[in-house]
Design a protein around this ligand. Structure first.
Ligand SMILES: Cc1ncc(COP(=O)(O)O)c(C=O)c1O
Length: 418
């Protein structure tokens, strides 16, 4: 057991603290050079600096107080939500919430779907059986929400192309289904589910369709605008009731920043949590958290205004070029893409090689290796840190492959972690 750190006596100055903090970074993964397959997202140094400076301009402001105290934050948050409503083709009356991450956006959407379900079924209050129906590729944030909200999860296998199978989901939907889920794209295989078909399914069954666009939301539309085959996923499909979309992933905004949008204002009201029983007056939030950083709102507003359509389309073009080069290199090494990437998540496998062993070998070259269990594969959610890293990655992968063929490391499915 580690000895517990004693409460500090205090008095350390900044220089001393900085030296200490920097020393602690020594064993961190080299994310600036594309060595991690998730966690950090990047466009270019100018976008990074604008996000950072805007964040620190509003370092102390609390977005919880945006309506009463920080009108600056309120106006910027309003504009960010408006930008998202337009980007996602929301009809008049559509509304959104600025949250602190994808998991929170998903939780808020599932709470809202539950309350809409209850509103349509008087008498089905707490304790009622509820479920959601989703492809096996949907993110564990839905499992977390299920733990908190008490619904059952019904999972279906995906089609051979890695996308949700609407027909497989249909028989699992019943009168207790509070929502069905599609992703844009799903994390494991990087492909956008057929939201058109899920929308038809939602309309036919009356189920709420939530699109988890945490990864793709603020970027996939620009791939499509550039003429890439990235499918549409938004409110243009009438069955879509809510969309989660993270600014802190491919919006290239500083963490923590995400958004969740609702087609109808009535649903947005259900997103709110209100309490008024204590002595200090009415408390209302549409987020799980209370206090949240004003800096994250300001930074998102600044980055969105800095990049705009031109900047995001340019980033989309550079991401797509990078992905195509990775795919060509991987196929040249004999790997098979688990699915053709719709955005910049790549996942690849092999018919002949032990992919768990290849991943383990690759890890010895200083890469944090992302993996898939089914099928055994290597996985990366790549942003523009990964463009200059490509040659080194492919070279180390080739060496790893040779080592495994020569009887090197053995890996196990249980080594796969998110
Ligand atoms: C598809 C998808 N949904 C939701 C999330 C959760 O986002 P966060 O980590 O911001 O809570 C992720 C995270 O990678 C994701 O890939």
């Amino acid at each position: 057991m580690n000895a517990r750190a004693p409460f500090p006596a205090g008095g350390r100055d900044w220089d001393d603290l900085l030296v200490d903090m920097r020393a602690r970074k020594a064993d961190d993964i080299d994310w600036r050079n594309g060595r991690t397959p998730l966690y950090v997202f990047h466009n270019d140094s100018e976008t990074y600096e604008i996000g950072r400076k805007a964040y620190f301009e509003f370092f102390s402001e609390n977005a919880l107080g945006r309506k009463r105290a920080f009108h600056s934050i309120q106006s910027m948050e309003r504009e960010v939500l408006d930008y998202g409503l337009s980007l996602f083709s929301a009809p008049d009356g559509g509304e959104g919430v600025f949250t602190s991450g994808g998991s929170e956006s998903i939780l808020v959407a599932m709470k809202t779907a539950r309350d809409a379900w209850r509103a349509a079924r008087p008498g089905r209050g707490p304790g009622s059986a509820m479920n959601i129906v989703m492809p096996v590729t949907a993110h564990p944030a839905f499992d977390k929400a299920s733990d908190l909200l008490g619904y059952e999860i019904r999972r279906t296998e995906v089609r051979p192309d890695g996308r949700a199978d609407a027909e497989a989901m249909r028989p699992l939907i019943d009168e207790n289904t509070i929502a069905i889920i599609g992703s844009a794209p799903c994390f494991p295989y990087g492909v956008v589910d057929p939201i058109d078909q899920l929308s038809d399914l939602a309309e036919a069954t009356g189920a709420w369709l939530h699109v988890d666009a945490c990864v793709g939301g603020w970027m996939a539309p620009f791939f499509t605008m550039n003429g890439r085959q990235t499918p549409h996923f938004d409110f243009r499909f009438p069955g879509v009731r809510s969309i989660s979309a993270d600014l802190h992933k491919f919006g290239f905004c500083p963490k923590p920043a995400s958004t969740v949008f609702f087609r109808d204002a009535a649903d947005m009201e259900r997103a709110a949590f209100v309490a008024d029983a204590w002595p200090s007056g009415r408390f209302e939030t549409s987020t799980l958290v209370g206090t949240r950083p004003g800096g994250a709102v300001a930074a998102a507003w600044a980055v969105l205004n800095h990049l705009g359509t031109t900047g995001y389309r340019d980033a989309a073009r550079r991401l797509a070029e990078m992905v195509d080069l990775y795919v060509a290199d991987l196929e040249a090494l004999g790997f098979r893409m688990i699915a053709r990437p719709d955005l910049s998540i790549i996942a690849f496998t092999s018919q002949s090689e032990d992919m768990f062993a290849v991943a383990k070998e690759l890890g010895t070259h200083g890469w944090l290796v992302g993996q898939t269990r089914r099928p055994p594969g290597i996985h990366a959610m790549m942003s523009l840190f990964h463009a200059p890293a490509r040659e080194a990655f492919i070279a180390d992968l080739a060496v790893s492959l040779e080592r495994v063929r020569g009887g090197g490391a053995k890996g196990r499915a249980t080594d796969v972690v998110y």
